[in-house]
Design a protein around this ligand. Sequence first.
Ligand code: HEC
Length: 140
Amino acid sequence: MKKRFYSALPLLLLAWALASAFHPSIYEPRVPKDSLEREQENENPFPASRERIQLGREIYFGKGLCVTCHGKDGKGIKIPGHSPRDFTDKKWQEARTDGELMWVLRNGSPGTSMPVRVGKVISEEEGWSTIHFIRTFPGK
Ligand code: HEC
């Protein structure tokens, strides 16, 4: 029994290494390298007014279903595989432009359970509004 475990060890190590490789640091961009610059410059066309943030809140807790994974406090619930993003993380907030977040809302985050939202369950305008709301989590 013991012997079998040791012979399987290299395989276990390999599996662990592969799993880590597919879980890039949360500060690494999710947008593919070849379009990163363009997406980073895609600015939020709506000003972050109180009404806009309120609209984003309604989408987050309502038809966007964001709350089911990202939680009421924006910290993310525990689910198998890749954890949902913790929106209260200031360092992560600073690492991302609104344009990058819009890319994730349009494409999901491949290899994770973050699903496509914009164009499927919410409109582009609702997506930009929700991004304004997500920006309010740090400091809450
Ligand atoms: C089924 C679960 C699930 C739902 C529903 C969900 N998310 Fe996510 N979300 C995730 C996971 C898991 C990640 C982490 C993906 C990663 O690390 O690449 C994530 C990551 C993100 C990110 C971070 C992307 C980045 O560049 O770091 C944003 C922004 C986001 N979600 C917004 C939303 C919004 C807005 C909604 C609702 C409209 C939503 N999510 C709904 C699971 C979910």
